[in-house]
Design a protein around this ligand. Structure first.
Ligand code: NAP
Ligand code: MG
Length: 405
């Protein structure tokens, strides 16, 4: 059979440790036998980032901007231990952070649903997608330990020197203090990415924050979402048969728990950090989540939501058997190839991505899975496969789907 042809390359960002091992297996077994893969390859392994003073990360993000679609492997974010392990020149920043800053994107995470891995919340029938604003707030804060009595103020000095101030608190004794910021431009990008993604995936969009308590900060988020929706998206949403609604974060949490799922929940940075871990673990596993960074100008970067699975990698290096779940990484590839197919009008590429995802789901539903899933499945008579066997089993299922197609 002829391989599927591509016209535009996808940007391929390779990574570290166990996920790097899976990356190659996925390409060799599941992609390259069927697709005449066009990719512009960037090696984001920690060694390469160190060698290039992290320029490779910046180059890969710029390539994503140029071509529009990227697929990324999990990468190590260095800490003190990694400094020694890899003999690093510097404690390089998180590649995800660097790429996010360049693409100015929003991260959308959704669970991959299979029969036999039931959500812990009984009412959830469809995936819940968390859209996390990836800029500012507590992640770019300024903090102080207050040693004793005194007054804390917020002071803004305009470019012309004019000062605006407000009292935060008159401290009667020791305490703590924090300052946070955000930018209208970043909130606008966040809102647009969410509205576009809702249209793209034909799902309702919820946004929630705490505007009743934070009458300026959170209220600005609420207002920007509403203004952009009214001016640019209301009619498109009506035409697509989907809705946008705002509610308070505590009300949203209560509604989410009682919902059936099947919507996008847009969260401020901290809320998104916390809620995405809650939603993913309630749906089963971080290895069963898709994750895509979408920029306001429509650039897509697909990745797995989990890390490099270091513990498994060390076992692999010792020659021991591993049973690492490759589903999220396979779905990063199918997400990128499907998007490329959509943008370039290559129907077979989209169909390939759909079929490969089907093969993954059917393989698991037939009882063949990695150990992490075997521990939580409600299916009986499961076969626990090692990392390579699982990918080979997916290939077999895929071949089966091809022969009936
Ligand atoms: P991790 O790689 O997500 O793994 C944590 C644990 O979760 C694993 O030890 C494993 O549990 C389980 N797990 C995660 N993914 C799995 C999979 N695909 N299959 C089976 N089990 C899986 O997090 P980490 O060990 O804390 O971080 C390792 C490195 O990843 C760090 O250097 C961190 O900087 C990096 N990281 C990268 C990204 C990214 O690039 N997107 C995100 C997060 C972390 P068991 O050991 O119990 O089997
Ligand atoms: Mg988190």
């Amino acid at each position: 059979m002829d391989k599927i042809k591509m016209t535009t390359p996808i940007v391929e960002m390779d990574g570290d440790e166990m996920t790097r091992i899976l990356w190659k297996m996925i390409k060799d077994e599941l992609i390259c036998p069927y697709v005449d893969l066009k990719s512009e390859y960037y090696d984001l392994s920690l060694q390469k980032r160190n060698e290039t003073d992290d320029q490779i990360t910046i180059e890969s993000a710029n390539a994503a901007k140029k071509y529009g679609v990227a697929v990324k492997c999990a990468t190590i974010t260095p800490n003190a231990a990694r400094m020694t392990e890899y003999n690093l020149k510097e404690m390089w920043k998180s590649p995800n952070g660097t790429i996010r800053a360049i693409l100015d994107g929003t991260v959308f995470r959704a669970p991959i649903i299979v029969k036999g891995i039931e959500p812990y919340v009984r009412s959830w029938k469809k995936p819940i997608t968390i859209a996390r604003h990836a800029y500012g707030d507590v992640y770019k804060n300024a903090e102080m330990i207050i040693p004793g009595p005194g007054k804390a103020e917020l002071v803004f000095t305009a470019e012309d020197g004019t000062e605006t101030r407000t009292t935060v608190f008159d401290y009667p004794g020791p305490g703590v203090l924090q300052g946070m910021h955000n930018l209208n431009q970043s909130i606008e990008s966040f809102a647009k990415s969410c509205f576009n993604y809702a249209l793209d995936t034909k799902q309702d969009l919820w946004f929630a924050c705490k505007d009743t308590i934070s009458k300026k900060y959170d209220h600005t988020f609420k207002d920007i979402f509403q203004e952009i929706f009214d001016a640019q998206y209301r009619e498109k949403f009506e035409a697509a048969g989907i809705t946008y609604f705002y509610t308070l974060i505590d009300d949203a949490v209560a509604r989410v728990m009682k919902s059936e799922g099947g919507f996008i929940w847009a969260c401020k940075n901290y809320d998104g950090d916390v809620m995405s871990d809650m939603v993913s673990s309630a749906f089963g596993s971080l290895a069963m989540m898709t994750s895509v960074l979408v920029s306001p100008d429509g650039i897509y970067e697909y990745e797995a939501a989990h890390g490099t699975v270091q513990r498994h990698y060390y076992k692999y290096l010792k020659g021991e058997e591993t049973s690492t779940n490759s589903v999220a990484t396979i779905f990063a590839w199918t997400g990128a190839l499907r998007k490329r197919g959509e943008l370039d009008g290559i129907q077979e590429l989209c169909a390939f991505a759909d079929r490969l995802e089907q093969a993954v789901i059917r393989t698991i539903e037939s009882g063949k899975m990695t150990k992490d899933l075997a521990l939580i499945t409600s299916l009986e008579n499961v076969t626990v496969l090692n990392s390579g066997e699982f990918i080979k089993a997916v290939r077999e299922t895929y071949e089966g789907l091809l022969s009936v197609a």
